[in-house]
Write a protein that binds this ligand. Structure first.
Ligand SMILES: *[C@@H]1O[C@H](CO)[C@@H](O)[C@H](O)[C@H]1NC(C)=O
Ligand SMILES: *[C@@H]1O[C@H](CO)[C@@H](O)[C@H](O)[C@H]1NC(C)=O
Length: 715
């Protein structure tokens, strides 16, 4: 222990912050790319084709604008990468300084909405894993909010409560990890027959399997048999399941009526904040999605190291864990792990003032959610915050019913100053931002062993739809009064405002990208050169920027633990989502801005059929539905294929091969890179027979559109 480590009050801090090392290569890369980009601008500005070539001139100017946008967007992304910081906690110091009594209690919220999409067995695995945290049991309360108020979920939860009576002691005794029974039993090796624990182990496994079969049967049936219904009097009513020394488990069915807007998950969260305030009123709240389980029983203790740090803990409103996944394919086919975001960009966000709140896997200070401003003099007495519940269970039940009713929020500050904010599909982000604007700070904590594991979309369409929804919500925020540059102006540092922007501007990338993947290729067909000759020195600036970016992003993916193939997949998905998801997101946002259509929160499908999952595991792209998104992707892919073929023909048939190649070299390179990225699309169009190939209607239509575009371009 060296003295320098001690904080100014003589305490040893409970967490430390380590800036990333090796930023020099990154800074060199940025500086050199910037210089390369400047050369590109100079080239574009000084070689604009004259007025006599009208098409050339416009194509050129368009390309220039696209490049200006890319440069602008790229410089925004630098803000988040400039100086990432990593956080480390000292749990041993926490335990030696605070005994069990002194630790604050925690309310854990799990939200579910539809048992068809979020199977009850998955939900209860989440619930069981968070009940089993390595933390004083009487200090944990788990609230399951069921928006559909489904009998199936309720039944599953009662069964889970029963099972928890044997599961939790078992977890503690054997230090089981992870504490979701499904994840544990499907990965753990069985203990040898003669070991002392074998019998208990097997009997618990058997109980879990019975439980699972029971719940899955009922789920398939779609309703609860009448005799079971009699057994549980609490159906459709409030029920409190509380057996010491287990954590309190509370089931909250939120009232929904057609004439009141229920605000989806955010509404559920706000109802839970009110209900839990009457029951356990813990000063710390954790919220997790029902498709994520806790993979680390020490996650609460880690989070407490931040909140309870005597010096820096007071200003912390929330501690955000990354979203991690157990369902990734080997090379992350759809690039859904967001690996670089999780490992590098969010730490950079943290360094700039605190990450955004991403809606799940987040520990909150209750006060920060209730409209309170941060002030320096404010001091927490963790022990006194706990309100003792004195009301009888009956009275409590009635109060809570009122709190969760759909009319409660009318004419109140809920959804505005109180609780999570309403008003756009990504309320999480503005809820985080508004807390930062009230003077709070947030922390990003990304431990080596991930704390929460969820599932990713396993088909291309689910992925694209998910990104459309995100990009749309993001752009809506950017265009609303919550735009960080306006809302945060004067309240949070500029670099934090700018850190939000690359996400919020995702959708806007569609135009520059669409332009870049179509116009140069069509001009290649037509014979209009848009890039410098291969023999001219200007070509260096283009090739340098292209290859330096590829090399750098490859390096980034590998540094973050990915593979080369994963990087390639990432590049492909980057193109796919920019040309389809973002394009739709942009138009929907604009339409909504003018009041054309209602925003509807689409829940992505979380279960896929067997063949689909098999293909996903083998990393074969899933098309299979005649979606408009696929028509766009297929048309663009074919268009580039035709242009590439046209370009090659031009070189071969022209009397001066070398001169043509010289003139169109870069354009052909760009076109062939696009063809290379699109290989899975051609496979889906022409070479596959399984049910995941492109539907015939997509194939025909995209061929017609692509041919049409090429013909128009040529004549
Ligand atoms: C997750 O992926 C595994 C294979 O990687 C698959 O067996 C399982 O069904 C998937 N789960 C969900 C919920 O998609
Ligand atoms: C989840 O926890 C297990 C230990 O229980 C660990 O081996 C595994 O690496 C963790 N998964 C992730 C993604 O961190």
């Amino acid at each position: 222990m060296n003295e320098g480590e001690r904080g100014s009050k003589g305490y040893l801090p409970l967490f430390e912050t380590v800036p990333a090392r090796g930023c020099l290569p990154f800074q060199l890369f940025s500086a050199s790319t910037f210089i390369g980009t400047c050369f590109i601008w100079v080239y574009r500005a000084s070689y604009i084709p004259g007025v006599e070539g009208k098409t050339e001139r416009w194509a050129w100017i368009g390309l220039f604008l696209a490049e200006l946008w890319f440069s602008f967007y790229w410089s925004l992304t630098l803000v988040r990468r400039w100086n990432p910081v990593f956080r480390y906690t000292f749990k041993d110091r926490l335990s030696s300084r605070y005994n069990q009594e002194a630790l604050p209690s925690v309310d854990i919220f799990v939200c579910t909405a539809d048992p068809g999409i979020e199977p009850p067995i998955m939900v209860i695995n989440t619930v069981l894993s968070v009940m089993a945290y390595d933390y004083p049991t009487e200090k944990i309360s788990v609230y399951l909010s069921d928006d559909g108020s489904s009998d199936l979920t309720f039944y599953a939860m009662l069964e889970a409560a029963r099972f928890s009576q044997i599961w939790l002691p078992f977890c503690r005794k054997l230090k089981v990890e992870p504490r979701s029974p499904e994840a544990f039993f499907s990965n753990a090796a069985e203990p040898p027959d003669d070991s002392v624990i074998a019998e208990e182990w097997l009997s618990i496994k058997k109980s879990y399997e019975d439980l699972k079969i029971g719940i899955e049967t009922i789920t398939k049936l779609g309703r609860i048999p009448a005799d079971m219904r009699k057994e549980h009097k609490g159906f459709r009513e409030w029920d409190f399941v509380s057996r010491k020394p287990l954590p309190t488990l509370v089931y909250v069915a939120r009232e929904k009526r057609p004439q009141y807007h229920h605000n989806y998950k955010t509404g559920a969260m706000n109802a839970l904040i009110r209900v839990s305030a009457r029951i356990s009123n813990a000063p710390i709240i954790l919220n997790v999605d029902c498709d994520m389980y806790s993979n680390n029983s020490e996650a609460i203790k880690n989070a407490m190291c931040f909140f309870m740090d005597e010096e820096k803990g007071l200003e912390i409103a929330y501690v955000q864990y990354p979203q991690s996944f157990y369902n990734l394919s080997k090379n992350d086919l759809y690039s859904s792990s967001l690996r670089v975001v999780v490992e590098l960009e969010l730490p950079g966000f943290d360094a700039n003032g605190g990450p955004s709140y991403i809606g799940t896997g987040c520990f909150h200070r209750r006060e920060s959610l209730c409209g309170k401003k941060y002030s320096k003099d404010f001091n927490v007495e963790w022990r006194n915050v706990n309100k003792k519940v004195q009301e009888s269970a009956r009275v409590l039940e009635d109060t809570c019913k009122v709190l969760a009713s759909c009319t409660y929020e009318q004419n109140t500050d809920w959804g505005n100053e109180m609780g999570l904010k309403y008003g756009c599909p990504l309320e999480d982000i503005i809820t985080g931002l508004s807390r930062q604007c009230r003077g709070w700070r947030s922390i990003y904590y990304n431990p080596e062993r991930k704390a929460f594991l969820g599932v990713v979309p396993t088909t291309l369409l689910q992925y694209l739809v998910q990104h459309k929804r995100w990009a749309e919500g993001d752009l809506q925020i950017f265009l609303s009064k919550y735009c960080p540059l306006i809302y945060g102006h004067g309240r949070i540092p500029l670099k934090l405002q700018l850190s939000y922007c690359p996400y919020l501007l995702w959708a806007v990338n569609c135009f520059a990208t669409l332009y870049y993947v179509t116009v140069p290729s069509l001009c290649l067909l037509k014979g209009i050169p848009l890039f410098p000759k291969m023999s001219s020195p200007w070509v260096l600036s283009f090739t340098y920027v292209l290859f330096a970016n590829c090399a750098y992003s490859l390096g980034e993916v590998i540094w973050c633990g990915g593979t080369i193939q994963e990087w390639l997949n990432d590049q492909r998905m980057w193109m796919f989502k920019r040309t389809s998801s973002y394009f739709f997101a942009f138009f929907d946002t604009i339409l909504k801005l003018f009041g054309f259509s209602e925003s509807a929160f689409v829940i992505t499908e979380k279960v896929a059929d067997e063949q689909t999952s098999q293909r996903y595991e083998q990393e074969v792209m899933e098309f299979g539905t005649p979606s408009l998104m696929f028509k766009i992707l297929a048309t663009l892919a074919l268009l580039n294929l035709f242009s590439c073929a046209g370009g090659i023909k031009k070189v071969v048939t022209h009397y001066d091969h070398i001169k043509t190649l010289d003139q169109f070299g870069l354009q052909m390179l760009l076109c062939s890179l696009l063809v290379y990225l699109n290989l899975p699309v051609y496979q889906g169009l022409f070479f596959r027979k399984d049910s995941g190939k492109m539907p015939a209607s997509v194939t025909y239509q995209s061929i017609i559109y692509a041919l049409l575009a090429c013909t128009v371009a040529m004549y």
